[in-house]
Design a protein around this ligand. Sequence first.
Ligand SMILES: *[C@@H]1O[C@H](CO)[C@@H](O)[C@H](O)[C@H]1NC(C)=O
Ligand SMILES: *[C@@H]1O[C@H](CO)[C@@H](O)[C@H](O)[C@H]1NC(C)=O
Ligand SMILES: *[C@@H]1O[C@H](CO)[C@@H](O)[C@H](O)[C@H]1NC(C)=O
Ligand SMILES: *[C@@H]1O[C@H](CO)[C@@H](O)[C@H](O)[C@H]1NC(C)=O
Ligand SMILES: *[C@@H]1O[C@H](CO)[C@@H](O)[C@H](O)[C@H]1NC(C)=O
Ligand SMILES: *[C@@H]1O[C@H](CO)[C@@H](O)[C@H](O)[C@H]1NC(C)=O
Ligand SMILES: *[C@@H]1O[C@H](CO)[C@@H](O)[C@H](O)[C@H]1NC(C)=O
Ligand SMILES: *[C@@H]1O[C@H](CO)[C@@H](O)[C@H](O)[C@H]1NC(C)=O
Ligand SMILES: *[C@@H]1O[C@H](CO)[C@@H](O)[C@H](O)[C@H]1NC(C)=O
Ligand SMILES: *[C@@H]1O[C@H](CO)[C@@H](O)[C@H](O)[C@H]1NC(C)=O
Ligand SMILES: *[C@@H]1O[C@H](CO)[C@@H](O)[C@H](O)[C@H]1NC(C)=O
Ligand SMILES: *[C@@H]1O[C@H](CO)[C@@H](O)[C@H](O)[C@H]1NC(C)=O
Length: 834
Amino acid sequence: MKPLRFILPWTHISLALAFQWPNTLLSSVNPLIGTTGGPAPGNSGGMIASVAPPFGSTRWVVQTQINHVTATPFNYTESYATNGSVHGFQGTRQPAIWMGESAWAAIVPGLTSGAPEDIITDFDARGLPKIPGTETFGVALYSVGLAFPNSGGSTVNVSMSASSRVGHLQFTFKRGSDSTLSPYLFLPTTRATTLFHTPNIFQTIFPNGTVQILPENNEICGSNTEMDDWILAPLSIKEAASHFTGWYCATFDTAFTSHGVTQGTGVSQNATSGSGEEIGAYAQFEFPANSDTLTVNVRIATSLISADQARFNFNAENSTFAIADTQVATESAWAEKLGRFQVETDGSPEADLNKTVFLTALFHAMQYPYEIDEPNPASPNSQHYYSAYDNAVHEGASYNGYSIWDTFRAEWALVLLLAPERIPSMVRSMLHDYEESGRLPMWKNMVETNIMVGTHADSLLAEAALKGFGAGGTKPNDIQPTFTTEELTTMWAAAWKDASVPPINDTAVVYSDRQEGVDFEARAGLSTSFEKTGLGAGWVADDIHSESASRTLDYSYDDFAVAVLSALIPADIVAANTPNLLQLTSQFYGNSSVSHNNVTTFLFDRAAANPWTLWNSTESAPALVTGGAILPDLCKQDKPTARPTNGFTEGDRWVYSLDFVHDMDTLIAKRGGNESFTKAMNEFFDGGWVAFTNEPSHHTPYLYSFAGAATFTQERVRQMAQENYNNTPNGLSGNEDCGQMSAWYAFSAMGFYPVNPVSGTYVVGSPFFSSLKLSIPVPPFIPPSHSSIVSNQFYNRSTNSYELTILAPNAETQPYVKSLRVNGQDWSSHSYPR
Ligand SMILES: *[C@@H]1O[C@H](CO)[C@@H](O)[C@H](O)[C@H]1NC(C)=O
Ligand SMILES: *[C@@H]1O[C@H](CO)[C@@H](O)[C@H](O)[C@H]1NC(C)=O
Ligand SMILES: *[C@@H]1O[C@H](CO)[C@@H](O)[C@H](O)[C@H]1NC(C)=O
Ligand SMILES: *[C@@H]1O[C@H](CO)[C@@H](O)[C@H](O)[C@H]1NC(C)=O
Ligand SMILES: *[C@@H]1O[C@H](CO)[C@@H](O)[C@H](O)[C@H]1NC(C)=O
Ligand SMILES: *[C@@H]1O[C@H](CO)[C@@H](O)[C@H](O)[C@H]1NC(C)=O
Ligand SMILES: *[C@@H]1O[C@H](CO)[C@@H](O)[C@H](O)[C@H]1NC(C)=O
Ligand SMILES: *[C@@H]1O[C@H](CO)[C@@H](O)[C@H](O)[C@H]1NC(C)=O
Ligand SMILES: *[C@@H]1O[C@H](CO)[C@@H](O)[C@H](O)[C@H]1NC(C)=O
Ligand SMILES: *[C@@H]1O[C@H](CO)[C@@H](O)[C@H](O)[C@H]1NC(C)=O
Ligand SMILES: *[C@@H]1O[C@H](CO)[C@@H](O)[C@H](O)[C@H]1NC(C)=O
Ligand SMILES: *[C@@H]1O[C@H](CO)[C@@H](O)[C@H](O)[C@H]1NC(C)=O
């Protein structure tokens, strides 16, 4: 079997494909995939079945449990599904199960006789049983019917939709035989919440907030200082971030007949404002004199800036109270994304299930990162945003939920492909974080959280630049720069800082996972890896830093990414903004004759040299027939002690022995060549060493192809898909991690995967469908007549789109790919960069 690898040249892509409405693709999405706890938080999708547009700021979800780090607001357990209770409806910003909540809002229906104690605030007590068979989940509309116990058969039907910053809920109350009862809607505003303290200690805290009721405007506003991951904020921004506040303004289409403020379980009838811990507010309504039903629409606008900004967002996102309008707008936004695909299968029921898993993977992947900028009242059609890095409001774009250690692998490549119109803003958001804090994001959840390792924002920037976003100007086919000279300068300065400046106190602070009371982690251990003498040269010292082997390998990949970026940024910008280059190259090259002033060469050389400093070719671990394994425990001092189980991030020595995506030729050579590498790969899979629930294993099925054994890639890709994904609430074997779990599936189903994201090359696997047509509109920032478009073999002038049709007849039952043709031409003779 020949290796099958190719480059997609259509890298400048985007916006607004005319979708066909109604789009049956949307009804094929199953929002329940990946939404149960599974056996343990680490073994489940950790997703929620929420409604919001792609990349929406708040996602609205039915509350089945109290959310905090390790617990999502929604958990589709069997008991919930069959006979569960609903505790409210929450606009959440929790980006992943292992991350904290911030700036949430919520609303809960109830019935009252007018007595204060009828207003039920307690989470457990306020739960209402679902009426069997009424709950439905869609991408833009959730609905359920709830029964009020001991009310003579009263019920409420709830529909929930949302635009990016505004939740829209419709409550239709139906009175039972007890005519003394009136409906109310309660807005919990602050709550007791649970922090996750290192190591693994849960601690309850009570964030403060305010509520204000304006009965004459049918409006309730509130604020809440909860930002659970503040505890992880780097020291230098922690004080600024302590001012973080989320705001909401809920506007009702129905007049209040009464209202009040709550604190804990206490109720102050008629009060219009309150502040402090565990507060909330409610509004009461009356059934019309001639009817037993009452419909109340409420739209809950959110903001990170102020209550006034929330009101502004309310109007900016269209102030109609018809929930169908909100639903149609949000469905259209999803149809515009998912409508870029046309999938045809052999029509078998199993293939339809696969199609649902595929479309749901796209639905998951297009939720992150999510926008946190807001329309700027001072300037039409522009955005501004609150930054917790410096407690200030700035002009421009901002996004949250950068789980970059996960998403640099395939999620970012998928967003580049499917949402290119968002890329400039997502990149600018990272540059803003750098400007406001001195570092690019690593795991941004409103603030940096220092979670995971590596500075893989370098990879995001390099991949965006490589795929046509912005560096520009150096090659004939390059489009005009997306970014200004200032932005390109910032981009380069930030990436070079990652590659050249260790964190504060690097030789003393461990920077372990979730370590509190430290500053920005960046590349912890970089300073020891600079040293050219002694045994520390090139690796992160395990006697100082956690996860040292993973760090060494990840930093090498990041060096490779920064090298790629350096060649794409205009040379004058690089030349003028690369401090300490000579010092670093002198350390690295000694007095060899290699040029000391070429940063591209230096970073490529360091990326090629450093990972192998950990390689022990005498080691012969059982699973690695050809010898060669990573031994992490080499320390900076001259006392190497082998503790081969130490030093890895969400993987082990077997997984990380395959973690050389930027240097596969060397890896295969060190493993004794193609044949013995293939044999070792089979031992890796057959021996159960693959750990697909976490990201470091994701690329491994594709590695066979580098050794000319593409048949095994095809087999293993199908195997991994089958073992780790299905169309049920348990259908994700690992945490979604901001889309990476789903991005793997989306690419694999399409038939290719970005093993080395900054190579621009995809490795061909095994397409799952007979036919998949992808049509990506040319993005607005590319001039229509530009040479990069007209010369592109995938460009279709009549639709102004890039189009790719992947035909794999009988793929549903036949996993093996015999040959690859592109536009009728045999691809196997095509040369590709390694
Ligand atoms: C969901 O509930 C199950 C059963 O109570 C529990 O084991 C699991 O940890 C929960 N998962 C999440 C994500 O909260
Ligand atoms: C459903 O849950 C309610 C409240 O927890 C309980 O009283 C009832 O017995 C349950 N019904 C079934 C069929 O399990
Ligand atoms: C509530 O929804 C159910 C369908 O789930 C419907 O049969 C019923 O008529 C609705 N009730 C009201 C008051 O609209
Ligand atoms: C809430 O405010 C009270 C009174 O100002 C203060 O003592 C408490 O520490 C605050 N809680 C938090 C979590 O900041
Ligand atoms: C709240 O206002 C209503 C209407 O003015 C009044 O009847 C009721 O007594 C008030 N409740 C309290 C606790 O002040
Ligand atoms: C609001 O309506 C305007 C005018 O119809 C439209 O351009 C805009 O996209 C809508 N905004 C949202 C968030 O739906
Ligand atoms: C469904 O997908 C699996 C991979 O998850 C694949 O092995 C199988 O062939 C597919 N079946 C059909 C009928 O498409
Ligand atoms: C760095 O180390 C010094 C001395 O141990 C200590 O005072 C300082 O707080 C540390 N700074 C950070 C950010 O860790
Ligand atoms: C510098 O080069 C000379 C001649 O090649 C060599 O003998 C010497 O060891 C080198 N010194 C260093 C520090 O690399
Ligand atoms: C730096 O080296 C690269 C090859 O690694 C080369 O393409 C580039 O032209 C060199 N740049 C300069 C400024 O010499
Ligand atoms: C390499 O592995 C062998 C066998 O386990 C061990 O004896 C040797 O010390 C290791 N070498 C290094 C440099 O750690
Ligand atoms: C190993 O496989 C690769 C990919 O097919 C091929 O390019 C290379 O020539 C092979 N190496 C040898 C020594 O056969």
